[in-house]
Design a binder for this molecule. Structure first.
Ligand code: PHE
Length: 450
């Protein structure tokens, strides 16, 4: 039997920071601002926060319960908790597949951050007009060699951290990187809101205009909430299995979700005032932070310095998330396939890179290759955020709300009766009825309207 102290995180705060590091990522700083921009701002933000409170936190808590109760990897967790019904293991396998898919497109954008750190350090981003900056972005992403090189470097750095292990690699690196990330983002916020004309951006982010919402924004908000919290694929089952038996799971989930939402809102504050202050367009989509922000840096005092800070921030956020994605797969390989940590990390990283090549090339030579009218990259992004994560979340809530005995759920949340869990009946009601029904509606609507 695993000794919990050897197996997992060394403290509650370590667990919270590592899991928050997994949640806070490109989803918050790259994806969040552009989807908020495309969906009209404040009203969308409000809906996003509601989804986090109503569905996000209960789903997160459910995953963590599955992980900590079983003390196992994604697939082993279901085998341990549902020994008589092997079909549940399929849910774990689905999670593994989703981890591969997300990591393969995520590592493309993560690789871009490295290129932009280099460009901002050597000054190549400065003194360019908006057309030149756009041109730079497209010629870089369309070329094959450099994006692939940066992608594999990023995947390599992630593998090194994961090889170092849970305490020495994951927990240690995230406890250094996350406070740094928070500091850097606060610096960016202060700079952005002190720009002349910043109020427009703040209004865009916080003054709701509900007429801008439609059914599509509803689904996008839910997908964004799940993607950003890293829920629906079992990353938190894996990290949950590392949480110590004496830690309070409810407060742990609140802290992770709180940190994730805070960083998303802070990145909105760092980006929109600057975008509006320079009269740029918030609806430009996935290239927002790469094409729009360099213009902002260009027109700022000490712009080069802020560009360097920003892209390092983006790389750190991405790294703590790719670590969590890789760890999901690696723990499965260690426990189920009996591979060593090193072998697991190296082989999975290579495999992810192979799939990732298709995603990178979908900006260049494979641009014309479309699946349902989407490039490979867009298809993977949509497939996971809009379909697979809600489906995963649905299955996790059914498992907790309908399969696992209620007394087990209570036992895990109360640490064997030691903690008071006054919220239990609300939580249980949500995972048993509200969340599955809401998720089913979302999934069905998605299938019908797409
Ligand atoms: N939550 C991460 C982010 O916001 C992305 C992610 C999704 C990571 C799912 C792991 C699992 O960047």
């Amino acid at each position: 039997m695993d000794n919990k102290n050897e197996r997992g995180f060394s403290s509650n705060i370590g667990a919270i920071i590592a899991a928050a590091g997994g949640a806070v990522g490109l989803g918050n700083i790259w994806r969040f601002p552009y989807v908020v921009g495309q969906n009209g701002g404040a009203a969308f933000l409000l809906m996003y926060v509601l989804f986090i409170l109503l569905l996000g936190i209960p789903v997160m808590l459910s995953e963590i319960i599955i992980g900590r109760r079983s003390q196992r990897n994604l697939v082993g967790a279901f085998r341990t908790l549902a020994p008589k019904h092997k079909a549940w293991m399929g849910v774990g396998v689905l999670g593994l597949i989703v981890a591969f898919i997300i990591y393969s497109f995520y590592s493309v954008v993560a690789g871009w951050t490295l290129n932009y750190i280099v460009l901002s350090c050597n000054g190549q981003l400065m003194g360019k007009n908006p057309a030149e900056i756009t041109q730079m972005f497209s010629s870089f992403t369309q070329s094959s060699f450099w994006p692939l090189l940066y992608q594999i470097v990023f995947i390599g750095i992630t593998a090194i951290v994961v090889i170092l292990g849970v305490k020495k690699g994951i927990e240690k690196s995230t406890t250094i990187l996350m406070p740094l990330l928070l500091l850097l983002i606060i610096v960016m916020c202060i700079r952005s809101i002190s720009l002349p004309g910043a109020e427009k951006g703040i209004k865009f982010l916080f003054k709701a205009d509900f007429s801008k919402l439609n059914a599509d924004s509803f689904l996008t908000a839910l997908g964004q909430a799940f993607f950003s919290l890293s829920i629906g694929m079992g990353a938190l089952i894996t990290y949950g299995s590392y949480i110590r038996k004496e830690d309070n799971l409810f407060t742990t989930s609140l802290c992770i979700a709180g940190a994730d939402t805070l960083v998303a809102i802070l990145s909105g504050i760092a980006i929109f005032p600057a975008v509006f202050a320079f009269g740029l367009n918030p609806t430009s989509g996935p290239s927002l932070v790469y094409e729009v922000l360099p213009n902002v840096f260009n027109s700022m005092h000490y712009g080069q310095l802020f560009a360097i800070v920003f892209f390092i921030l983006l790389a750190i956020a991405a790294l703590t998330s790719t670590i969590s994605l890789l760890e999901v797969v690696v723990l499965w390989e260690i426990e189920e396939l009996k591979w060593s940590r090193r072998k697991a990390a190296i082989l999975s990283s290579l495999c992810i890179f192979l799939i990732g090549i298709g995603c990178t090339l979908s900006f260049g030579p494979l641009q014309g290759f479309k699946i349902f009218d989407l490039t490979i990259f867009e298809f993977f992004d949509q497939l996971t955020a809009v379909y697979l994560l809600p489906i995963g979340a649905l299955l996790f809530t059914i498992f907790i709300g309908w399969y696992l005995p209620k007394t087990d759920v209570y036992d895990e949340l109360s640490n064997g009766g030691k903690l008071k869990v006054r919220y239990f009946k609300y939580y249980y009601f949500i995972v048993r009825y509200i969340a599955p029904i809401a998720l089913l509606i979302v999934i069905i609507t998605n299938i019908i309207f797409d």
